[in-house]
Design a protein around this ligand. Structure first.
Ligand code: DGT
Ligand code: CA
Ligand code: CA
Length: 364
């Protein structure tokens, strides 16, 4: 196989940066973006935080109460609820810019993508660096958003490299430097290696990628199974032949209807929404997709329009789960509703292919 040039582009502290972009006065403050749970009050988890908040130990996934404790002395700290619709609109614009610069563009998630640019830069690493800078500048100029880019001969190393000099980073690992780049890194830096695997290696007194090279593939397969064992064996040697596959941003599937009468009546509206759930679910099944985000749209009798959405823990294609979440969103919507609804809609987004289990991060 000829040498490829692959970019991994990842937006910096994405949700929190989106919030800073629309409210620039936040930039100097610790910013935490929160997923408040259904239980109300302050319970829930941190989706992400800006780098100022991270200095105080706030990170993705920790409970909001922990974050508040860690930022107790920071009187200017800000805690904001997630606004997925806004982040998705930012993401779509940035993805379009990136896609225009790629031979092959692979959308991975709201804040990251792979680009194969081998032909575009005629296999020239200097040109690749210039192209990466041009992409960074265009995204910054048009959207005010910063990202980090990793450049290497494959997806695995580029993914590691984009994380290497975050935020606003650019890390190039040419083929001759792959070994030197990887060896000193921690085992944990390999995508897909979680704390459990790291712990098993730690018990064998292995800490770095270099240390792992001492293990033969048979030992790794025995310890972790053939699939994961082979993945680790190749990964520590910088081997990854996975092509960049054309994949566009997951848009969404939605259905909308006009109610027989304008209404604020929970059961009547829910019956209609359930019918829409069925229709949307059918579309998702036909397309072989799973969804991770569920939303409703309500259009009021004065024609003003509101949406509510919710991120699920895992991708699903379960109709009951769809209905349950739609019911919850309707409850929330009606609580703050003052005038009757005329039209209602259901949408699912954050779609993934059912068969798409081969990405490097889903091995474990
Ligand atoms: P970084 O390290 O500068 O790339 O920071 P982020 O925040 O962009 O981190 P990344 O790339 O791992 O995740 C992208 C977005 O995904 C992030 O802005 C929020 C969301 N996210 C990440 N981890 C979690 C989590 O544990 N819970 C929830 N609800 N959302 C998360
Ligand atoms: Ca990111
Ligand atoms: Ca990411």
């Amino acid at each position: 196989m000829e040498t490829r040039i692959v970019f991994h582009i990842d937006f910096d502290y994405f949700y929190a940066q989106c919030e800073e972009i629309r409210k620039p006065e936040l930039k100097s403050k610790p910013v935490c973006v929160c997923v408040f749970s259904d239980r109300g009050g302050g319970s829930g988890a941190i989706a992400t935080a800006n780098y100022t908040a991270r200095k105080f130990g706030v990170k993705s996934g920790i409970p909001i109460v922990f974050a508040k404790k860690r930022l107790e002395d920071q009187k200017d700290a800000v805690f904001l609820p997630v606004d997925f619709d806004f982040y998705i609109s930012m993401s779509e614009k940035a993805m379009e810019i990136m896609e225009n610069h790629a031979d092959i563009f692979e959308y991975v998630g709201k804040d990251e993508a792979f680009l194969d640019v081998t032909e575009k830069v005629s296999g020239d690493w200097e040109k690749a660096k210039k192209l990466a800078l041009a992409i960074k500048n265009e995204i910054k100029d048009k959207l005010n958003l910063t990202c980090s880019i990793g450049i290497s001969p494959n997806k695995l190393i580029s993914k590691i490299a984009s994380d290497f000099e975050k935020p606003d980073g650019l890390t190039i690992v040419i083929p001759e430097k792959v070994e030197g780049f990887l060896e000193p890194l921690k085992i944990r830096d390999i995508p897909g290696i979680g704390s459990k695997t790291e712990e098993s290696f730690s018990q064998m007194n292995l800490q770095t990628i270099k240390d792992l090279k001492g293990l033969d593939v048979f030992k790794l397969n025995k310890e972790f199974g053939r699939k994961s064992g082979t993945y680790i064996f190749n990964a520590v040697r910088g081997i990854d032949n996975e092509p960049v596959k054309k994949r566009e941003p997951n848009t969404q599937y939605s259905k909308i209807m006009t109610l027989k009468k304008d209404s604020m009546e929970f059961n009547f509206i829910l019956d209609n929404l359930k019918q829409l759930c069925n229709e949307v679910h059918q579309v998702v099944l036909n397309k072989n997709k799973m969804f991770k985000s569920v939303g409703i749209q309500v259009i009021q009798s004065d024609l003003s329009n509101k949406t509510k959405s919710k991120m699920l823990k895992n991708p699903t294609l379960n109709l009951e789960e769809l209905e349950k979440n739609v019911e919850q969103l309707l409850k929330e919507a009606l609580e703050e509703q003052k005038i009757p609804l005329r039209r209602v809609g259901v949408k699912v987004s954050e779609l993934s292919d059912i068969r798409d289990q081969s990405s490097i991060t889903s091995y474990f």
